[in-house]
Design a protein around this ligand. Structure first.
Ligand code: NDP
Length: 449
């Protein structure tokens, strides 16, 4: 049997790679992991975690206003300091980066702080020129923001840079209308920036239930976010005063201080040397894999965003775990991609699991839909005319809940628990048999008629 330097060499220390590395090491494998940036990857360093902290920070704008209705004496000139929040968030990112590094260290995983490229089915070459061999190679290099090619695009930023801004922009234009665009639109708007969101089509958050995303659009517009649809980017020009003039189809140019691209993410496969192992990427640059995350080269697997299956952290973690269990734990495991809950941390947030109403009608034919359209009691006292909307989509023949979609305060927190019931295949009747927890927003789930 061939002798290798490592049992496993992981390229990329993000959510998927770290999970696979530490679990494989716990099973007794000799593991190394290469990371050219910072251990933790997109989610921890420049994604989910710092974004959620900014969402918390942004929500105080509304909470402080509402607090007055609840009797609190909040000064009128309540000021917000971006630099304080930014630095506290970045400090927390540092803490998590250390925690992830410590987890790898504690499991005996060797961390190689350099770029690694594949130079063979069992061989990796590091930036310092060293070549190492491994019985298995796992590619977990994630994805990066896609910036549309247009004149002046170098003047724009992406979510990567948004966490490091020197100051809040007075006016920001966000290109795209997906997860990142809507989340940052809510954040910047709450901090007082004038936000314009433009998209090439006339929909936001394609793939989410139509009623729920319509509600987000309506609330976002009420909060002052300016939407421009059917607007394809034409270019960005820097003006003499430093501002940026953004040209687009079907609309007049918009002048702003900052342009942020949130137009999807591309798998990080460029220059990875995959051709040296006979692996061909697909038309999106993603690595094709089978149900066991195995590439066309039997000794090389890939997990997470680089495979462009479902670009969500918990999915990458599951894939990393399944890889380790299968390859080193003698427990063949496959990820179940059915009923994956997801959320958009917009303002207000939305969350969903299972089929949208449209998907269910196409797939099942007979569908029964229940709606709860209500004003959360906190919003009533706060004089906030903002309504939540919950939608339950049921199989018309069996009563089984096949989809649950929500927008409103704490929607992601509520949906995570309800997703267990949807995943378990429970019926509307089972929801109805559960006594309401009163007073709560979540009780609407068992009171829909
Ligand atoms: P999304 O795929 O969510 O949205 C991309 C947006 O950009 C869409 O509005 C799309 O338009 C538009 N777009 C796509 N390509 C182009 C192009 N070439 N030119 C102009 N516009 C374009 O991508 P995001 O960047 O927002 O996020 C990437 C992924 O990261 C998400 O899909 C999600 O999986 C993950 N993510 C998850 C989060 C969470 O779980 N809360 C948070 C942030 C990211 P249209 O659809 O109209 O064609």
């Amino acid at each position: 049997m061939a002798d290798y330097d490592y049992d496993l060499f992981v390229i990329g220390a993000g959510s998927g790679g770290v999970r696979a590395a530490r679990v494989s090491a716990a099973y007794g494998a000799k593991v190394a992991i290469a990371e050219e940036h910072r251990v933790g990857g997109t989610c921890v360093i420049r994604g989910c975690v710092p974004k959620k902290l900014l969402v918390y920070g942004a929500h105080f704008a509304e909470d402080l206003r509402d607090a007055r209705r609840f009797g609190w004496d909040v000064p009128a000139d309540c000021a917000f300091d971006w630099v304080t929040l930014r630095d506290n968030v970045l400090a927390d990112v540092d803490r998590l980066n250390k925690a992830y590094t410590a987890t790898l260290d504690n499991h005996g995983v060797e961390i190689v702080h350099t770029r690694a490229t594949v130079t063979g089915g069992n061989e990796v070459t590091l930036d310092d020129g060293r070549t190492v061999t491994a019985r298995h190679i796992l590619i977990a290099t994630g994805a990066r923001p896609m910036v549309p090619s247009c004149p002046g695009n170098e003047h724009g930023i992406t979510s990567n840079e948004a966490f490091h801004l020197d100051a809040l922009p007075h006016r920001i234009l966000i290109a795209g209308a997906g997860y990142i665009a809507n989340e940052f639109a809510g954040i910047f708007n709450a901090f007082g920036s004038k936000v314009t969101l433009i998209n090439r089509t006339d929909v936001i958050l394609r793939g989410y239930d139509e009623s729920i995303r319509d509600r987000l659009l309506q609330i976002s517009m009420t909060k002052g976010i300016d939407f421009r649809f059917n607007a394809e980017f034409r270019g960005i020009e820097r003006q003499d005063d430093g501002s940026l003039s953004v040209a687009m189809t079907n609309h007049d140019p918009v002048v702003v201080d900052c342009v942020m691209f949130a137009t999807g993410r591309l798998p990080n496969t460029e220059g990875l040397g995959l051709e040296n192992a006979g692996i061909q990427v697909d038309d999106k640059g993603a690595i094709p894999v089978d149900e066991d995350s195995r590439t066309t080269c039997p000794s090389i697997h890939a997990v997470g965003d680089v495979t462009n299956r479902v670009q969500l952290t918990p999915v990458a973690i599951r894939e990393g775990q399944a890889f380790a269990d299968t390859v080193f734990g003698n427990k063949p495991t496959r990820v179940d991609y059915g009923c994956i809950p997801s959320a958009v941390f917009s303002d207000p947030p939305m969350a969903g699991v299972g089929m949208t109403e449209g998907e269910a009608k196409n797939k099942l034919g007979s569908v029964k839909v229940y709606l709860s359209d209500f004003r959360p009691m906190k919003n009533v006292l706060a004089n906030r005319n903002e309504r939540a909307l919950y939608k339950m989509v049921c199989d018309g023949d069996t009563g089984r809940v096949v989809g649950l979609h929500m927008i409103g305060p704490e929607a992601p927190e509520i949906l995570q628990a309800a997703a267990v019931a949807v995943k378990a295949g429970l019926t509307k009747d089972a929801f109805d048999q559960t006594v309401a927890l009163h007073p709560s927003m979540a009780e609407e789930l068992v009171l829909m008629r």
